[in-house]
Design a binder for this molecule. Sequence first.
Ligand code: WTA
Length: 650
Amino acid sequence: MSEVKKPVFQPNAEFSKTARVKNMSEYQALQDEAINDYEGFWKRFAEEKINWIEPFTTTLDESKFPFVKWFDGGKLNVTTQCIDRHLDTRGDKTAIIFEGDRGDTQTITYSELSKNVNKFANLLKEDFGVKKGDRVVIYMPMIPEVAYAMLACARIGAIHSIVFGGFSAEALKDRIIDADAKVVITADGAFRKNKPYMLKTVVDAALEGDTPVKKVLVIERNKEEITWVKGRDFSYAELIKDKSEKCEAEIMDSEDPLFLLYTSGSTGKPKGVQHNTAGYILWAQMTMEWVFDVKENDTYWCTADVGWITGHTYIVYGPLAMGATTVMFEGVPTYPDAGRPWKMVQEHKITQFYTAPTAIRVLHKMGEDEPKKYDLSSLKVLGTVGEPIDPPAWKWYYEEVGNSKCSIVDTYWQTETGGHIISPLPGATPIKPGCATLPVPGIIAEILDPVTGKKVGLGESGYMCITRPWPSMIRGVWGDEERFVKSYFSDVKKDGKAVYFTGDGAKYDEDGYITITGRTDDVINVSGHRMGTAEVEAAINKDNNVAEVAVVGKPHEIKGEGIFAYIVLKSSVENEDAERKSINSIIKKEIGSIALCDDIVFAPGLPKTRSGKIMRRILRSIAKGEAITQDISTLEDPSIVAKIEAMVNG
Ligand code: WTA
């Protein structure tokens, strides 16, 4: 590609010397290899990187696209890749460094990890009767046992489905039922800001009434008083005591499911995104190597929660697959003060640090000078994920945290992509603030015009698509084939053939770099967490006073986007603030605190077309305080717009 224009930051020359991909010609050579011989490229890496129990016979089978098969005929187990194969050479190497909220730490070597996972797997098999293909829901805090739980499931071929600990009982119940899970693994609770918080109580509430769950395993972390349901709830400490440290790994096919992870889409019902075995683990490992360039003696820290895809791929599966040392943190980045992460970087000599722009904005705002107080010289690569990063936050991260010597990898990807798809490579790619830059080698991603299906030109916007199936691609929406096809493969066609559409808009700049411009559907990105507007609306609709509701995203200084709700009440209420509180408490009960509305406006009506469709674009403009430029003459009642505008913007 031609020389990249300013403002641009070149990779650190010293770092590039030993990086896996050292410059743009090496990057281009890899990408050319993938473009010229797509299957050959992936065959080469799958053979090189994976410890196969039996080799695969076909690299890619697209005959039933979008239902594709990668590495068919191959047999493997993800835990052999993540644990057993390291035991000879890295048995005493630290696999996980855990740091608790209160500063307590624990290190777990690869050989200890192996024992813990095998014992856990034996427990699930022997005491709970968990078999290959069974679904196990994990609702846990950030403690090492959550990694053991995930890997124990993988060891015996059970499919885990982690539900983020911030989700409410109702949300947990919906996910348990959708996955038809018979086991839940949880903890009494954990610690946040030096205070215990509870999880088991939420599980108890979720399991009220009819559910498929027969057994609950409880890890005791904060040792708070909890209720034990006889015959259903069991103590991990008790059961694990007499388990064997050996457990044969179940022999899995390349395309056997590994896990489900529920995520928001444009309907009210979250989708169980399914990832399968071989393709997922291959890409988790390759992106760890390329995008973070983690080396044997590095200590890598991703601050995500395992309840999200980032925690799956880049705290547990990716780092362990490559035999790295991964840090797990129970607490919050601003406790006891906004220097906490930097103190941890200093103490653990962190080399790669990966977090969300929301966290960077908070740390910047609350502790602009904190990085100066610590020795951050161990850092080599800084990463961001989950939402666009604004230039001021980027600049502070680059200059103050990275001392203007670390590459920032702005990684763009999704639950559905399993791993990074667009990202700089730290030793090769010249970077620009707020720009995800280029496809990771092997990913054929293009910004397409949704109407013509043609690639848009430089300086133009379109839909972010992936035009060839890739190994860690979503394999299905649990129990709903039609929704899988409709959600991802029905919006954009290239040369008459459906391609994967991410749901995001994007733009090429004058250098052909990709900038993600945000969702094109009704998904809001709150602090890097995906929330479907329909999900929030369904929760609000449960309030008896609510006649109609529409929610939209509104830019928020810290969270990126906040939730703004327009509500039409059945009849006016005496105390509007009390009604707002009641609506937010329903959201908290139905979804969790992450979906609380920042703004609730009681509107006289909603702007609708004559066919009854709510014009969200107008509502978004009003929430942002923008002038309405859309044609409103086609609305059923155009006067409603001015009325709402007057209420919101005065
Ligand atoms: C957004 C998180 C801009 C995007 C891994 C995507 C980003 C959604 C970036 C996926 C980025 C993620 N720049 N936007 N670097 N990374 N997004 O499934 O809208 O929780 O579709 O996966 O986050 O969110 P998810």
